[in-house]
Design a protein around this ligand. Structure first.
Ligand SMILES: CC(C)(COP(=O)(O)OP(=O)(O)OC[C@H]1O[C@@H](n2cnc3c(N)ncnc32)[C@H](O)[C@@H]1OP(=O)(O)O)[C@@H](O)C(=O)NCCC(=O)NCCS
Length: 341
Protein backbone atom coordinates (compact mmCIF):
# COMPACT_ATOMS: atom_id res chain seq x y z
CA UNK A 1 0.00 0.00 0.00
CA UNK A 2 1.51 3.39 -0.93
CA UNK A 3 1.76 6.21 1.58
CA UNK A 4 -0.24 9.40 0.98
CA UNK A 5 1.66 12.66 1.37
CA UNK A 6 1.07 16.33 0.57
CA UNK A 7 3.11 17.01 -2.56
CA UNK A 8 2.07 20.64 -3.10
CA UNK A 9 0.24 23.48 -1.36
CA UNK A 10 -1.39 26.69 -2.57
CA UNK A 11 -3.66 29.46 -1.38
CA UNK A 12 -5.58 32.48 -2.51
CA UNK A 13 -7.09 35.36 -0.53
CA UNK A 14 -8.92 38.33 -2.09
CA UNK A 15 -7.12 41.71 -2.14
CA UNK A 16 -9.75 43.58 -0.15
CA UNK A 17 -8.53 43.88 3.47
CA UNK A 18 -11.28 44.65 6.00
CA UNK A 19 -9.97 45.74 9.38
CA UNK A 20 -11.93 45.64 12.62
CA UNK A 21 -12.26 49.42 12.37
CA UNK A 22 -13.68 48.99 8.84
CA UNK A 23 -16.48 46.81 10.26
CA UNK A 24 -17.45 49.83 12.34
CA UNK A 25 -16.64 52.67 9.94
CA UNK A 26 -17.58 51.13 6.56
CA UNK A 27 -20.37 48.73 7.56
CA UNK A 28 -21.74 50.65 10.54
CA UNK A 29 -21.45 47.73 12.97
CA UNK A 30 -21.38 48.71 16.64
CA UNK A 31 -18.09 47.07 17.53
CA UNK A 32 -14.49 47.96 18.26
CA UNK A 33 -11.03 46.79 17.34
CA UNK A 34 -10.36 46.21 21.01
CA UNK A 35 -13.43 43.95 21.53
CA UNK A 36 -12.66 41.76 18.52
CA UNK A 37 -8.91 41.50 19.11
CA UNK A 38 -9.29 40.73 22.80
CA UNK A 39 -11.82 37.92 22.36
CA UNK A 40 -10.71 36.42 19.05
CA UNK A 41 -7.22 37.66 18.12
CA UNK A 42 -8.53 38.83 14.74
CA UNK A 43 -7.22 42.17 13.40
CA UNK A 44 -8.41 41.95 9.79
CA UNK A 45 -9.91 39.62 7.20
CA UNK A 46 -10.39 39.57 3.43
CA UNK A 47 -13.70 40.07 1.62
CA UNK A 48 -14.20 38.79 -1.93
CA UNK A 49 -15.43 41.36 -4.47
CA UNK A 50 -18.83 41.16 -6.14
CA UNK A 51 -18.63 38.41 -8.76
CA UNK A 52 -15.97 36.28 -7.03
CA UNK A 53 -17.09 33.08 -5.31
CA UNK A 54 -15.96 29.86 -3.69
CA UNK A 55 -15.06 27.98 -6.89
CA UNK A 56 -13.15 31.02 -8.25
CA UNK A 57 -10.94 31.23 -5.17
CA UNK A 58 -10.64 27.44 -4.93
CA UNK A 59 -9.43 27.21 -8.54
CA UNK A 60 -6.76 29.87 -7.94
CA UNK A 61 -5.46 28.06 -4.84
CA UNK A 62 -5.59 24.78 -6.78
CA UNK A 63 -3.46 26.12 -9.66
CA UNK A 64 -0.77 27.07 -7.16
CA UNK A 65 -0.89 23.68 -5.40
CA UNK A 66 -0.72 21.74 -8.69
CA UNK A 67 2.29 23.76 -9.79
CA UNK A 68 3.99 23.28 -6.42
CA UNK A 69 3.37 19.52 -6.64
CA UNK A 70 5.18 19.51 -9.97
CA UNK A 71 2.38 17.63 -11.69
CA UNK A 72 0.07 18.36 -14.57
CA UNK A 73 -3.71 18.73 -14.19
CA UNK A 74 -4.10 15.60 -16.30
CA UNK A 75 -2.32 13.63 -13.54
CA UNK A 76 -5.12 14.35 -11.07
CA UNK A 77 -7.52 11.49 -10.39
CA UNK A 78 -10.06 13.30 -8.22
CA UNK A 79 -11.10 16.68 -6.80
CA UNK A 80 -12.44 17.03 -3.26
CA UNK A 81 -13.71 20.46 -2.27
CA UNK A 82 -14.68 21.28 1.32
CA UNK A 83 -16.91 24.30 1.92
CA UNK A 84 -19.89 25.58 3.87
CA UNK A 85 -20.42 28.36 1.33
CA UNK A 86 -20.90 26.54 -1.99
CA UNK A 87 -21.62 28.71 -5.02
CA UNK A 88 -25.10 27.20 -5.32
CA UNK A 89 -27.37 24.71 -3.58
CA UNK A 90 -26.51 22.29 -6.36
CA UNK A 91 -24.44 21.24 -8.17
CA UNK A 92 -21.50 21.34 -5.79
CA UNK A 93 -18.57 23.71 -6.27
CA UNK A 94 -16.14 20.85 -7.04
CA UNK A 95 -17.46 20.54 -10.58
CA UNK A 96 -17.14 24.31 -11.03
CA UNK A 97 -13.48 24.13 -10.02
CA UNK A 98 -12.94 21.24 -12.44
CA UNK A 99 -14.47 23.39 -15.21
CA UNK A 100 -12.36 26.42 -14.29
CA UNK A 101 -9.21 24.34 -14.36
CA UNK A 102 -10.13 23.42 -17.94
CA UNK A 103 -9.94 19.71 -17.18
CA UNK A 104 -13.17 18.64 -18.86
CA UNK A 105 -12.10 20.52 -22.02
CA UNK A 106 -9.18 18.12 -22.31
CA UNK A 107 -11.27 15.03 -21.61
CA UNK A 108 -10.17 14.70 -17.98
CA UNK A 109 -13.53 13.95 -16.38
CA UNK A 110 -12.25 13.32 -12.86
CA UNK A 111 -14.82 12.71 -10.12
CA UNK A 112 -15.61 15.77 -8.00
CA UNK A 113 -16.76 15.43 -4.42
CA UNK A 114 -18.05 18.24 -2.21
CA UNK A 115 -17.49 17.82 1.53
CA UNK A 116 -19.91 19.64 3.83
CA UNK A 117 -18.25 19.50 7.23
CA UNK A 118 -17.64 23.19 7.87
CA UNK A 119 -14.52 24.00 9.90
CA UNK A 120 -13.50 20.33 9.97
CA UNK A 121 -14.15 19.99 6.23
CA UNK A 122 -10.50 20.05 5.22
CA UNK A 123 -9.61 17.21 7.60
CA UNK A 124 -12.57 15.13 6.37
CA UNK A 125 -11.43 15.82 2.79
CA UNK A 126 -7.79 15.03 3.59
CA UNK A 127 -8.71 11.69 5.18
CA UNK A 128 -10.87 10.77 2.18
CA UNK A 129 -8.15 11.78 -0.28
CA UNK A 130 -5.52 9.75 1.58
CA UNK A 131 -7.78 6.70 1.52
CA UNK A 132 -8.27 7.06 -2.25
CA UNK A 133 -4.50 7.26 -2.75
CA UNK A 134 -3.60 4.46 -0.33
CA UNK A 135 -6.18 2.13 -1.87
CA UNK A 136 -4.48 2.56 -5.23
CA UNK A 137 -7.56 4.17 -6.82
CA UNK A 138 -5.52 7.16 -7.97
CA UNK A 139 -2.06 8.70 -7.49
CA UNK A 140 -3.03 12.35 -7.02
CA UNK A 141 -6.09 13.95 -5.40
CA UNK A 142 -6.66 17.70 -5.38
CA UNK A 143 -8.07 18.79 -1.99
CA UNK A 144 -9.46 22.30 -1.61
CA UNK A 145 -10.97 24.25 1.28
CA UNK A 146 -12.64 27.44 0.06
CA UNK A 147 -15.10 29.89 1.58
CA UNK A 148 -16.93 33.05 0.58
CA UNK A 149 -18.29 34.10 3.94
CA UNK A 150 -18.60 37.84 3.46
CA UNK A 151 -21.41 37.54 0.89
CA UNK A 152 -23.55 35.69 3.43
CA UNK A 153 -22.78 37.53 6.68
CA UNK A 154 -25.24 39.78 8.48
CA UNK A 155 -22.96 42.83 8.34
CA UNK A 156 -25.04 44.82 10.81
CA UNK A 157 -24.92 45.29 14.58
CA UNK A 158 -27.53 42.52 14.90
CA UNK A 159 -25.10 40.04 13.32
CA UNK A 160 -21.89 41.33 14.88
CA UNK A 161 -21.00 38.27 16.96
CA UNK A 162 -20.77 36.05 13.88
CA UNK A 163 -19.82 38.71 11.32
CA UNK A 164 -16.68 39.78 13.16
CA UNK A 165 -15.22 36.24 13.06
CA UNK A 166 -15.26 35.21 9.41
CA UNK A 167 -13.29 35.99 6.27
CA UNK A 168 -12.91 34.75 2.69
CA UNK A 169 -10.14 32.65 1.17
CA UNK A 170 -9.08 29.29 -0.16
CA UNK A 171 -6.30 26.80 0.40
CA UNK A 172 -5.46 23.71 -1.61
CA UNK A 173 -3.14 20.73 -1.44
CA UNK A 174 -2.32 17.82 -3.71
CA UNK A 175 -2.36 14.47 -1.92
CA UNK A 176 -0.08 12.05 -3.77
CA UNK A 177 1.04 8.44 -3.55
CA UNK A 178 4.63 7.69 -2.51
CA UNK A 179 6.70 4.65 -1.65
CA UNK A 180 8.78 6.87 0.69
CA UNK A 181 8.31 6.53 4.44
CA UNK A 182 6.41 9.78 4.95
CA UNK A 183 2.97 11.38 4.70
CA UNK A 184 -0.28 11.07 6.60
CA UNK A 185 0.36 8.72 9.54
CA UNK A 186 -2.98 8.79 11.29
CA UNK A 187 -6.20 10.75 11.45
CA UNK A 188 -9.38 10.75 13.46
CA UNK A 189 -12.74 12.32 12.62
CA UNK A 190 -15.81 12.76 14.78
CA UNK A 191 -19.23 14.36 14.91
CA UNK A 192 -22.04 15.02 17.38
CA UNK A 193 -25.30 15.83 15.60
CA UNK A 194 -27.01 16.72 18.87
CA UNK A 195 -25.41 20.15 18.43
CA UNK A 196 -26.48 20.66 14.80
CA UNK A 197 -28.34 23.87 15.62
CA UNK A 198 -25.66 25.35 17.92
CA UNK A 199 -23.81 26.88 14.97
CA UNK A 200 -25.86 26.89 11.79
CA UNK A 201 -27.34 28.78 8.89
CA UNK A 202 -30.58 26.98 8.04
CA UNK A 203 -31.72 29.21 5.14
CA UNK A 204 -34.76 26.96 4.79
CA UNK A 205 -36.31 23.81 6.19
CA UNK A 206 -36.99 21.21 3.49
CA UNK A 207 -39.59 19.57 5.73
CA UNK A 208 -41.79 22.55 4.93
CA UNK A 209 -44.02 22.28 1.84
CA UNK A 210 -43.05 24.38 -0.04
CA UNK A 211 -39.59 24.70 1.43
CA UNK A 212 -39.81 28.52 1.51
CA UNK A 213 -42.89 30.65 2.07
CA UNK A 214 -43.78 32.78 -0.96
CA UNK A 215 -45.21 36.23 -1.43
CA UNK A 216 -48.07 36.81 -3.87
CA UNK A 217 -45.62 37.35 -6.76
CA UNK A 218 -44.01 33.97 -6.14
CA UNK A 219 -40.81 35.29 -4.59
CA UNK A 220 -39.37 33.15 -1.83
CA UNK A 221 -39.33 34.72 1.63
CA UNK A 222 -36.45 34.01 4.01
CA UNK A 223 -36.81 35.25 7.56
CA UNK A 224 -33.65 36.83 9.05
CA UNK A 225 -33.26 34.04 11.62
CA UNK A 226 -33.15 31.53 8.74
CA UNK A 227 -31.04 33.67 6.44
CA UNK A 228 -28.08 34.44 8.70
CA UNK A 229 -25.77 32.15 10.62
CA UNK A 230 -26.33 31.98 14.35
CA UNK A 231 -24.12 30.57 17.07
CA UNK A 232 -23.93 29.85 20.77
CA UNK A 233 -20.34 31.07 21.01
CA UNK A 234 -19.61 29.81 24.52
CA UNK A 235 -20.88 26.32 23.77
CA UNK A 236 -18.74 26.24 20.60
CA UNK A 237 -15.69 27.45 22.53
CA UNK A 238 -16.02 24.81 25.27
CA UNK A 239 -16.54 21.93 22.86
CA UNK A 240 -13.81 23.07 20.47
CA UNK A 241 -11.17 23.05 23.17
CA UNK A 242 -12.20 19.62 24.46
CA UNK A 243 -12.52 17.90 21.08
CA UNK A 244 -9.34 19.39 19.60
CA UNK A 245 -7.33 18.20 22.60
CA UNK A 246 -8.86 14.72 22.80
CA UNK A 247 -8.60 14.05 19.07
CA UNK A 248 -4.97 15.20 18.99
CA UNK A 249 -4.23 12.95 21.96
CA UNK A 250 -5.94 10.04 20.17
CA UNK A 251 -3.78 10.26 17.03
CA UNK A 252 -0.63 10.70 19.15
CA UNK A 253 -1.53 7.71 21.33
CA UNK A 254 -2.26 5.51 18.33
CA UNK A 255 1.01 6.50 16.66
CA UNK A 256 2.98 6.30 19.93
CA UNK A 257 4.09 9.89 19.44
CA UNK A 258 4.53 12.31 22.32
CA UNK A 259 3.15 15.80 21.66
CA UNK A 260 6.70 16.98 22.52
CA UNK A 261 7.94 15.18 19.39
CA UNK A 262 5.66 17.19 17.10
CA UNK A 263 7.55 19.99 15.35
CA UNK A 264 4.63 22.11 14.20
CA UNK A 265 0.95 22.43 15.05
CA UNK A 266 -1.46 23.82 12.48
CA UNK A 267 -4.80 24.34 14.19
CA UNK A 268 -8.05 25.44 12.62
CA UNK A 269 -8.24 29.24 12.92
CA UNK A 270 -11.61 29.86 14.63
CA UNK A 271 -10.44 31.93 17.53
CA UNK A 272 -6.91 32.59 18.76
CA UNK A 273 -8.10 32.09 22.34
CA UNK A 274 -9.25 28.52 21.53
CA UNK A 275 -5.84 27.71 20.07
CA UNK A 276 -4.00 29.33 22.99
CA UNK A 277 -6.06 27.25 25.39
CA UNK A 278 -5.31 24.02 23.51
CA UNK A 279 -1.62 24.98 23.37
CA UNK A 280 -1.51 25.65 27.10
CA UNK A 281 -3.27 22.41 28.05
CA UNK A 282 -0.85 20.39 25.92
CA UNK A 283 2.20 22.38 27.05
CA UNK A 284 3.16 23.35 23.51
CA UNK A 285 5.77 26.13 23.17
CA UNK A 286 4.90 29.19 21.04
CA UNK A 287 7.46 28.44 18.35
CA UNK A 288 5.69 25.18 17.49
CA UNK A 289 2.36 26.80 16.64
CA UNK A 290 1.64 28.82 13.51
CA UNK A 291 -1.48 31.00 13.51
CA UNK A 292 -2.65 33.50 10.89
CA UNK A 293 -6.17 34.26 12.17
CA UNK A 294 -5.06 37.83 12.94
CA UNK A 295 -4.79 38.47 9.17
CA UNK A 296 -7.58 36.35 7.69
CA UNK A 297 -10.18 35.65 10.40
CA UNK A 298 -11.90 32.28 10.23
CA UNK A 299 -11.94 30.98 6.65
CA UNK A 300 -13.56 27.72 7.85
CA UNK A 301 -12.53 24.87 5.48
CA UNK A 302 -9.79 27.13 4.14
CA UNK A 303 -7.85 27.70 7.35
CA UNK A 304 -5.58 24.63 7.52
CA UNK A 305 -4.58 24.50 3.83
CA UNK A 306 -3.95 28.28 3.86
CA UNK A 307 -1.79 27.82 6.97
CA UNK A 308 0.12 24.99 5.27
CA UNK A 309 0.74 27.03 2.13
CA UNK A 310 1.91 30.09 4.06
CA UNK A 311 4.02 28.09 6.51
CA UNK A 312 5.79 26.32 3.63
CA UNK A 313 6.52 29.57 1.81
CA UNK A 314 7.74 31.28 4.98
CA UNK A 315 10.11 28.37 5.71
CA UNK A 316 8.23 27.43 8.90
CA UNK A 317 7.04 24.08 7.51
CA UNK A 318 9.93 21.99 6.17
CA UNK A 319 10.41 18.46 4.83
CA UNK A 320 10.95 15.90 7.58
CA UNK A 321 8.86 17.77 10.15
CA UNK A 322 6.25 15.99 12.23
CA UNK A 323 3.04 18.02 11.93
CA UNK A 324 -0.12 17.93 14.06
CA UNK A 325 -3.46 19.20 12.75
CA UNK A 326 -6.73 19.70 14.64
CA UNK A 327 -10.06 21.31 13.84
CA UNK A 328 -13.54 21.73 15.24
CA UNK A 329 -16.69 23.25 13.82
CA UNK A 330 -20.38 23.29 13.10
CA UNK A 331 -22.18 19.98 13.20
CA UNK A 332 -20.50 19.60 15.65
CA UNK A 333 -17.69 18.00 13.68
CA UNK A 334 -14.01 17.67 14.51
CA UNK A 335 -10.82 15.91 13.60
CA UNK A 336 -7.06 15.66 14.05
CA UNK A 337 -4.22 14.29 11.95
CA UNK A 338 -0.54 13.50 12.23
CA UNK A 339 1.78 13.85 9.23
CA UNK A 340 5.45 13.45 8.46
CA UNK A 341 5.95 16.30 5.98
C1 LIG B 1 -17.95 34.68 19.71
C2 LIG B 1 -17.20 34.96 20.99
C3 LIG B 1 -15.95 35.75 20.70
C4 LIG B 1 -18.11 35.77 21.88
O1 LIG B 1 -17.45 36.05 23.11
P1 LIG B 1 -18.28 35.98 24.47
O2 LIG B 1 -17.36 36.43 25.53
O3 LIG B 1 -18.87 34.61 24.55
O4 LIG B 1 -19.35 37.09 24.23
P2 LIG B 1 -20.94 37.00 24.29
O5 LIG B 1 -21.45 36.30 23.05
O6 LIG B 1 -21.35 36.45 25.60
O7 LIG B 1 -21.29 38.49 24.18
C5 LIG B 1 -20.90 39.42 25.18
C6 LIG B 1 -21.36 40.77 24.77
O8 LIG B 1 -20.57 41.23 23.67
C7 LIG B 1 -21.41 41.67 22.62
N1 LIG B 1 -20.78 41.46 21.33
C8 LIG B 1 -20.84 40.36 20.54
N2 LIG B 1 -20.13 40.54 19.43
C9 LIG B 1 -19.59 41.79 19.52
C10 LIG B 1 -18.76 42.54 18.68
N3 LIG B 1 -18.30 42.06 17.49
N4 LIG B 1 -18.39 43.76 19.07
C11 LIG B 1 -18.82 44.28 20.24
N5 LIG B 1 -19.62 43.60 21.09
C12 LIG B 1 -19.99 42.36 20.72
C13 LIG B 1 -22.67 40.84 22.77
O9 LIG B 1 -23.75 41.46 22.13
C14 LIG B 1 -22.80 40.81 24.27
O10 LIG B 1 -23.36 42.01 24.70
P3 LIG B 1 -24.47 42.04 25.89
O11 LIG B 1 -23.74 41.47 27.07
O12 LIG B 1 -24.78 43.48 26.00
O13 LIG B 1 -25.57 41.17 25.40
C15 LIG B 1 -16.80 33.67 21.73
O14 LIG B 1 -17.93 33.06 22.31
C16 LIG B 1 -16.16 32.70 20.80
O15 LIG B 1 -15.15 32.99 20.21
N6 LIG B 1 -16.69 31.49 20.67
C17 LIG B 1 -16.21 30.55 19.69
C18 LIG B 1 -16.76 30.91 18.37
C19 LIG B 1 -16.12 30.23 17.24
O16 LIG B 1 -14.96 29.92 17.30
N7 LIG B 1 -16.89 30.01 16.19
C20 LIG B 1 -16.43 29.38 15.03
C21 LIG B 1 -16.36 27.94 15.30
S1 LIG B 1 -15.68 27.02 14.10
Amino acid sequence: MPNAYISGTGFFVPDNVVTNDDLRDVYGIETSDEWIRKRTGIAERRFAPQGMGTADMGAKAAEMAIEAAGIDKKDLGMIILATLSPDHVFPGSGVLVQRQLGMADTGNFVPCLDVRNQCSGFLYALGTAASMVQSGNTNHVLVIGSETHSHALDLSSRGRTVASLFGDGAGAVVVSATEEDRGLRNYTLGADGRFAETLWQPMWDIRNFPFLPQDEDGNGIVAPEMMWASMDGRQVFRNAVEKMITSLMKVCWEEKVDTKDIDLFLFHQANLRINEYVQKQLNIPDDKVFNNIMRYGNTTAGTIPILMAEAEREGILKPGMKVGLAAFGSGFTWGAALLDW
